[in-house]
Ligand binder design. Structure first.
Ligand code: 13P
Ligand code: 13P
Ligand code: MG
Ligand code: MG
Ligand code: MG
Ligand code: MG
Length: 373
């Protein structure tokens, strides 16, 4: 068994929240190279999307493993030091705790981990996003693994006819449920259509009895109790041979769906699929970006990445995203561009309600109805 882990954190932005400084990426790459030569990791690469650093690692320690998580934590401490020295924006932004204890759960960094027995050919896509949250993966995962109009394999490949099981987390109440699709499709959509609260954490093939996808699923604001930026998410999807083909895994992103995030993590905006070199959200700290790094995993080695959205066939998605961005921006501070109040509760509303409490007056009571004669 091999485990593919992506562990990510925003440890400082260059400039503002738009990108990661090259010195930070170099330090992270150094740390990864040392961990590979020390045999903690089988293979590893650093990547970034916007202001978030992703450590893409293969190893034999399984998910939630102490040595892997503590290595990532230490690496993010090092990149934070550089960010502090250069005065970068929000140095150590996603490191919410002072000390590491066991694993990264509830500590700020996000992680998606997928344990599997390597097939003779193992194509894997690592998706990295910035300026949005884990619920942004709900719609594309639904399309990849449950929608035959996206995934021809659901119709054509007999190994996919039994369908897929989706593990969904309730981020507000810390509970989870498995939906068995296609039987539970409609019930599942009722939940995952509310991606601020219900988030797909993993997907399994029923025929292969194998995990096919994993997402980073946590909410920083619910950990910190205040606004600390968005939990810009990552996702791992395995492809082909009884799973969606690579092109079926990428196809949902031809529709730049609206996600929560963008400026101050407080706006709906379209998610734009981009080449790695274009993943530096600048306009209104957006629009939110997603990149797709394709790998063939061989003996645990990461053969790649191929920059999958560096493809003119996604030009129209990018141009639609720009059009939608113009349209949404014209709403300024009005919904539905601005997030609904319940999703802003950790930012401004609590403070504002305290400040204005004394100024709210009750309405004059309605006149009593005149009794019938
Ligand atoms: P090839 O015949 O090019 O390998 O394509 C097969 C396939 O699975 C395409 O999705
Ligand atoms: P990040 O979560 O990417 O740091 O974004 C925070 C923000 O407020 C952007 O405007
Ligand atoms: Mg940031
Ligand atoms: Mg970010
Ligand atoms: Mg963030
Ligand atoms: Mg072929």
């Amino acid at each position: 068994m091999i485990t593919l882990s992506i562990i990510k954190a925003d440890t400082g932005g260059y400039v503002g929240h738009s990108s990661v400084h090259p010195d930070m990426l170099a330090a992270a790459q150094d740390a990864l190279a040392t961990a590979v030569s020390d045999r903690l990791l089988v293979d590893a690469q650093v990547a970034s999307c916007g202001d978030d650093i992703s450590l893409i690692m293969t190893h034999e320690h399984g998910a939630d493993a102490e040595p892997i998580h503590s290595f990532a934590w230490d690496t993010f401490q090092r990149t934070t030091e550089i960010a502090k020295r250069l005065g970068l924006y929000g140095a150590g932004q996603d490191l919410l705790s002072d000390a590491f204890s066991g694993n990264l759960r509830g500590m700020g960094p996000g992680y998606a981990e997928l344990e599997f027995t390597e097939r003779p050919s193992e194509p894997v896509i690592c998706f990295l996003a910035d300026k949005t949250e884990p619920g942004a993966w709900n719609l594309p995962l639904y399309k990849m693994f449950a929608d035959p109009f996206n995934t021809a394999g659901l119709v054509i490949d007999a190994n996919m006819h039994a369908g897929f099981r989706f593990e969904v987390y309730d981020l507000h109440e810390e509970k989870k449920i498995w939906f068995d699709c296609p039987a539970d499709l409609y019930e599942m959509l009722m939940y995952i259509g509310a991606p601020a609260r219900y988030v797909i954490h993993s997907v399994r093939s029923k025929t292969l009895d194998e995990q096919a996808a994993a997402t980073s699923t946590q909410r920083l604001s619910l950990i910190a109790g205040k606004y600390v930026g968005k939990d810009d998410p990552v996702m791992i999807v395995r492809a082909q041979s009884g799973l969606p083909a690579v092109g079926e895994v990428l196809e949902p992103f031809a529709f730049p769906h609206s996600v929560a995030g963008c400026m101050r993590g407080s706006h709906h905006a379209p998610i734009m699929p981009v080449a790695i070199g274009q993943a530096h959200p600048a306009r209104f700290d957006g629009p939110p970006r997603v990149t797709a790094l394709g790998f063939q995993v061989r003996d645990g080695k990461l053969i790649g990445p191929r920059d999958m959205f560096d493809d003119p066939s996604f030009d129209r998605a990018r141009s639609t995203a720009n059009e939608v961005m113009d349209y949404m921006r014209r709403h300024g501070p009005f919904e539905p561009h601005r997030l609904p109040l319940e999703d802003l509760e950790y930012t401004t509303m609590r403070l504002l309600e305290e400040r204005l409490a004394a100024r709210w007056e009750p309405m004059a009571p309605a006149p009593l109805p005149v009794p019938a004669q």
